[in-house]
Design a protein around this ligand. Structure first.
Ligand SMILES: Nc1nc2c(c(=O)[nH]1)N[C@H]1C(S)=C(S)[C@@H](COP(=O)(O)O)O[C@H]1N2
Ligand SMILES: [Mo]
Length: 406
């Protein structure tokens, strides 16, 4: 990333220096050509990701996990999906970083260095589930444009930072404050500095929750560059698009924040169900808030082979947006019957929960294990696709794995 930009301005001499040897026919190189030897390494090396992660797009970078890579209770960086709307910022300096507050409903304009945030406010740590609103999009029919996420755009890492609420109280909220909107330093794909790739936000009630963090650490270390170093808004349980990376400004609004990707059909679904493929008027679209109940079998990998009579231990995670997962079930007969599956309590609100079960199969043959979570309101995952919507959001259909015995 850094190099691509650099080379536009680089001279032949500096490229030679970087390569450590002469570019023998350098004079014949097209202007602005980037020698292969100076191009970025592969995304797995560049972002420190598992080689089994799946790249969906490289401009911008969008990379998802596979179910078995998400087996850890706390998602390590190596298995955390990447969703960028614009270009990963090139220069990120934590020592000079500032977070500023503005907006119609801010009592004052104020800014904080990272050091001020850390020293003036209490530091909190939570495990928070972040799922892209478009996770599962690839299954919709008629198909929806956008990254064709399968099941891997979800993570639950440990985030450390200060509460947004504490800082908002320090800035001061006017009584008409209804929403916060974030701004960040990543650039629009067009490279137009006046355009933001994304600037979303949350209603005040969500912004003021205990778990809504201005985070400066992930899994006990600096946040990796691609995940928002050095400061990120983390809003668990809502579409991960609300969790602004590379955060440098928060606007306190007296209207629903109207930043990039807040309107149209971005992160919005029909307020009332529609038929697949139906056109939906803009005023009939509603902003996605809490994500729906969902689960993932992370062990074994689909395609597991068992010996005759061998039982199978499965495990995975379940989450339900703002709610807790109350029950977990599995089926080996395509949903005809369901068995109870023990599920742990979350370590804190908005963290995913872990389930496991020991399954016995009646005889040799092909099976599928389907997993189904039910939230605290009694709402369960649909067995197959839920309601169609123009951008293919909120697919929380039951996850399943194939198993062969004998
Ligand atoms: N500044 C900024 N923040 C952002 C984005 C972005 O492109 N720029 N993408 C959002 C979207 S759509 C998602 S799903 C999550 C992805 O977070 P991750 O890449 O850390 O997994 O970041 C959100 N925050
Ligand atoms: Mo997203």
């Amino acid at each position: 990333m850094q190099r691509r930009n650099f080379v536009q301005k680089a001279t032949l001499a500096s490229m030679t220096a970087l390569l450590g040897t002469d570019i023998v026919f350098g004079a014949s190189m097209p202007k602005y050509y980037l020698p292969l030897g100076l191009q970025d390494p592969d995304p797995f090396t560049m972002f420190d990701k598992d080689k089994e992660m799946v790249v969906l797009n490289d401009k911008p970078w969008n990379i998802e996990a596979q179910a078995h890579l998400l087996d850890d209770k706390i998602t390590p960086n190596s298995a955390m999906f990447v969703r960028n709307n614009g270009l990963v910022p090139e220069e990120l300096d934590a020592t000079t970083w500032k977070l500023s507050f503005d907006g119609e409903s801010a009592i004052q304009q104020k800014s904080y260095t990272l050091q001020e945030l850390k020293s003036q406010f209490k530091v909190h740590t939570y495990q928070l589930t972040l799922e892209c609103g478009g996770n599962g999009r690839s299954e919709f029919d008629p198909p929806a444009k956008g990254n064709q996420w399968t099941i891997g755009a979800v993570s639950c890492a440990t985030w450390t930072g200060v509460r947004l609420r504490d800082v908002l109280e320090d800035v001061g909220l006017k009584p008409d404050a209804v929403y916060i909107g974030y701004h960040a330093v990543d650039r629009h794909l067009s490279q137009n500095p006046d355009k933001e790739p994304i600037s979303r936000g949350a209603p005040m009630a969500k912004a003021l929750q205990d778990e809504t963090l201005l985070a400066f650490q992930m899994n006990g270390a600096d946040i990796p560059a691609v995940h928002g170093y050095p400061l990120r808004l983390v809003v668990g349980g809502w579409p991960a698009s609300v969790s602004g990376k590379w955060l440098n400004r928060i606007s306190i609004r007296n209207i629903v924040h109207d930043g990039a990707k807040m309107g149209g059909d971005s992160y919005r679904v029909p307020c009332e169900p529609v038929a697949p493929g139906e056109e939906v008027k803009e005023e009939d679209m509603c902003i996605i808030e809490s994500m729906p109940v969902k689960s993932l079998i992370t062990y074994p990998k689909s395609g597991a082979m068992l010996k005759e009579g061998q039982s199978l231990n499965i495990r995975g995670h379940a989450w339900a947006g703002e709610l807790e997962v109350a029950q977990m079930h599995y089926s080996i007969d395509f949903g005809a019957t369901w068995k109870d599956c023990p599920i742990q309590k979350p370590i804190n609100r908005l963290a995913w929960q872990h389930f496991s079960a020991k399954i016995d199969f009646p005889k040799k043959g092909y099976y599928e294990v389907w997993a189904k979570a039910t939230d605290a309101n009694g709402v369960s995952q649909p067995m197959v696709l839920p309601g169609w919507n123009p951008k293919g959001y909120l697919n929380n259909a039951c996850h399943r794995i194939a198993v062969k015995m004998g």
